[in-house]
Design a protein around this ligand. Structure first.
Ligand SMILES: C[S@@+](CC[C@H](N)C(=O)[O-])C[C@H]1O[C@@H](n2cnc3c(N)ncnc32)[C@H](O)[C@@H]1O
Length: 334
């Protein structure tokens, strides 16, 4: 890859310092091109994590347009159209404060999906709203406007970095939007968010996507990781999917595991979210040794189905039907 590394590095510094909200930083098409094959690919892998989760939950997109707000290079909508080829989605709407970014995204969508109609701004009629890695760039007033727009959507898919700041903003948005929408994922209930309860001030709702194996072998990715000082293995995300349609009831005992397990000798502690709140549970290795090992390698899903005795997990499986390609469900016992 031959890209303007110093501009990409400056962009990353802007994101890290939290100054990206100050003004349009898309100074050139070259910067957008470089972003699209680097940072945006990493964002695409987070979207893939969300799509896999939604597949387990049996979610499919509602009819209507797909509106990518704060589109940048349009990675979210391009991945969305790729993930749901059967949905017959033929209308895309794009918005970004940067005209240059919108133009880039229009060309990219047109190139990859020539049959799709592209408009800019809020679409007429029902739409699915995609928001990707924008929330930390928005002042309060802009976020309030975005929430008003969101309340007009048929469904909302919102993916952000897995930081405590981004998670807190999503939790707040959920509390407002659940008056109109049903939470679909990661939440398995529509009560108040369990993280708002006392004792969870230092917890946040985040998960880890899995990058494809080429990040470890590909020379360009290694160079990118080195220049940017990024650990390519780590892809933390926060996300929120809301829908006006009533989702399927979660299976009895369904829980969502937040963040990373805490590993001790012979057992792990997990933060599990369900309608009762966010609770710490204990998973002893001898309960399910193969699954325990898979979990410590980061190979288990965040959606699980447990039986409990007190805080101790006594059995566990992964609900959601057939596994996506490359994954094995449920993990066989030794
Ligand atoms: C980190 S980029 C993410 C781009 C794209 N959604 C993605 O996931 O790759 C944030 C985008 O939000 C846009 N943005 C920031 N503030 C905005 C605002 N107030 N209104 C519209 N777009 C905004 C920026 O121009 C930029 O394209």
């Amino acid at each position: 890859m031959e890209y303007d590394w110093s501009s990409l590095d400056e962009l990353r510094t802007t994101y890290l310092e939290g100054t990206a909200g100050k003004g349009d930083y898309w100074a050139s098409d070259e910067l957008l091109r470089g972003y699209d094959v680097t940072f945006a690919r990493r964002i695409a892998w987070k979207w893939h994590h969300v799509f896999r989760d939604l597949a387990r939950l049996g979610w499919t997109p509602p009819a209507g347009a797909v509106y990518d707000w704060g589109c940048g290079t349009g990675v979210a909508v391009r991945e969305f159209l790729t993930a749901y080829p059967e949905a017959g989605l033929k209308a895309v709407a794009l918005h970004d404060r940067s005209r240059r970014a919108v133009n880039f995204a229009v060309s990219a969508v047109r190139r990859e999906f020539p049959d799709v109609t592209i408009t800019t701004g809020e679409p007429e009629g029902p739409f699915t709203l995609l928001i990707s890695h924008v929330v930390t760039e928005l002042p309060e007033a802009a976020l309030a406007e975005l929430l008003k727009l969101a309340s007009r959507a048929a469904a909302i898919l919102w993916v952000e970095p897995g930081t405590s700041l981004a998670s807190a903003k999503l939790v707040k948005a959920r509390e407002i939007l659940k008056a109109v929408f049903h939470p679909v994922a990661p939440c398995l209930h529509r009560h108040g968010c369990g993280l708002l309860a006392a004792g969870h001030e230092h917890d946040w709702c985040h998960f880890f996507a899995t990058p494809p194996p080429e990040v470890y072998t590909d020379r360009d990715w290694r160079q990118f990781g080195k220049i940017m000082g990024i650990d390519l293995r780590s892809l933390p995300l926060s996300y929120l999917v809301l829908d006006r349609r009533v989702p399927a009831e979660p299976v009895p005992g369904a829980v969502r595991i937040l963040g990373k397990h805490r590993l001790y000798k012979g057992h792990a502690l997990l933060d599990a979210c369900d309608a009762t709140g966010v609770n710490e549970r204990r998973f002893t290795k001898r309960t399910a040794p193969a699954y325990f090992r898979a979990m410590t390698k980061g190979k288990t899903n965040t959606l699980q189905q447990w039986t409990l005795e007190g805080n101790e997990i006594t059995s566990l499986t992964e609900p959601g039907g057939s596994a996506p390609p490359g994954e094995t469900l449920p993990y066989p016992e030794e």
